[in-house]
Design a binder for this molecule. Structure first.
Ligand code: GLA
Length: 392
């Protein structure tokens, strides 16, 4: 836990609102070992919650007006908790969207004061937005004793993002943020939401993230386009195979049989998803059997497929993956998250990591005149309350 951040949050809360927070929640970001864009296609993903998160302080108030302060943006919004409407401030919509979903579920939200801040780099593909939605959900659930279970809270976060933010995301990020377990990755079936935990042990190798510091404004519109291209593929195939409801129900041979009925682009998108689902399951087995070389090779293959078939990478990220592939200390590397920038996730020999990071940084700067930021992560528990003891 980031104690400095929690203390700072608590102090600002007290100074601004003249009361102590009743609850402080820590809500983590996530990594994803493999399985990108498979979640909204009812497929498989292999994420984990991490030790970087958002901290949210909250207390009920007698005043009519609710208020939220974002420490990182140095901004605040005032609103009616029982009448959430879209804000011009983008960050506020993740929270207001959650309030709307609580209302739809029949829960009355009384006025409250909130402040939050975090240490998840924004736009790096570590799901700071899901962390915010899930943290707010759990904070309200606890504060008001609503008895909503964690999976329902994840679904509430996802619905908030669809309706208030306009990104038709899958369930992976919210699920990982709420259901993560320390040192475990989870194999999540996004169709049934059944999930299994596996201890993550990578021997002499570590997971290292490299933040390209590229964050494309295209990301959310292209994300929704990918989703509709997959749906277009399903609709065409379902004309003949009426049991097909999502790409989860489509095998590679059925896809190939239907190739001529699909545009070239839609065919490529569907092929990527079907094969990415297979890659998730292969990586999971290889991890369990400590076959790290195989894990690494599949990460490279997955990246190549994201570049050429799903077309969601960018030159900066492709460069980082190519550069790493020439280094025998790096077993695997791929872009992580929604795409068009963000981080690469890399499986690197621990005792060679710092040299490799330096050399990537120099090469990256020479080529793109941009800084590269390494992010060291540990796999952590999902959203939790910061204990009263820590608050003192
Ligand atoms: C974003 C979305 C997730 C998922 C990933 C790509 O993080 O929020 O639902 O689709 O992109 O795997």
């Amino acid at each position: 836990m980031n104690t400095t951040l929690v203390n700072n949050l608590r102090n600002i809360f007290k100074e601004t609102y003249r009361v102590e927070p009743q609850i402080i929640v820590r809500s983590p970001g996530r990594i994803n070992i493999i399985g990108e864009h498979t979640d909204y296609n009812n497929g498989f993903v292999l994420p984990a919650a991490i030790d970087k998160g958002i901290y949210i302080a909250i207390a009920l108030t007698d005043s009519d007006q609710s208020e939220i302060i974002s420490l990182d943006m140095n901004e605040s919004v005032k609103f009616q908790a029982d009448h959430p409407v879209k804000s011009e401030k983008h960050w506020a919509n993740y929270i207001l969207g959650v309030l709307e979903q609580f209302q739809i579920e029949g829960h009355h939200i009384p006025p409250f004061k909130m402040a939050f801040g975090g240490d998840i780099p924004i736009g790096a593909g570590l799901s700071s937005s899901a962390a915010l939605e899930c943290g707010v959900g759990l904070a309200l659930n606890n504060l008001l004793d609503l008895g909503i279970d964690r999976i329902k809270l994840a679904l509430i976060g996802q619905a908030a993002e669809h309706k208030f933010v306009g990104v038709n995301c899958g369930i992976m990020d919210q699920f990982a943020s709420l259901m993560g377990k320390q040192n475990q990755v989870m194999l999540l079936d996004c169709q049934s939401l059944s999930h299994q935990y596996f201890p993550f042990s990578s021997g002499d190798y570590s997971l290292v993230l490299l933040n390209s510091n590229v964050s494309h404004s295209l990301a959310s519109s292209q994300y929704n386009i990918r989703r509709s291209q997959c749906e277009e593929g399903v609709a065409t195939i379902a004309k003949k195979y009426t049991d097909v409801k999502s790409l989860r129900d489509v095998s590679l041979s059925i896809l190939i049989e239907n190739e001529k009925k699909l545009s070239q682009v839609v065919f490529k998108r569907c092929k990527y998803i079907i094969e990415e689902n297979q890659r998730v399951n292969t990586v999971c087995k290889a991890l369990v059997n400590s076959q790290l070389v195989e894990v690494g090779n599949i990460l490279y293959t997955a990246h190549h497929a994201m570049k050429t078939e799903y077309e969601i990478t960018c030159p900066e990220i492709d460069f980082l993956v190519d550069y790493s592939s020439e280094d025998s200390d790096v077993l695997g590397s791929r872009m992580m998250g929604g795409g068009f920038g963000g981080c690469t996730i890399n499986l690197v020999r621990t005792d060679a990591a710092s040299q490799w990071i330096d050399s990537c940084g120099i090469a990256y700067k020479n080529k793109f005149k941009k800084e590269l930021t390494p992010i060291m992560i540990a796999i952590s528990d999902g959203v939790n309350l910061v204990s009263q003891a820590t608050l003192r």
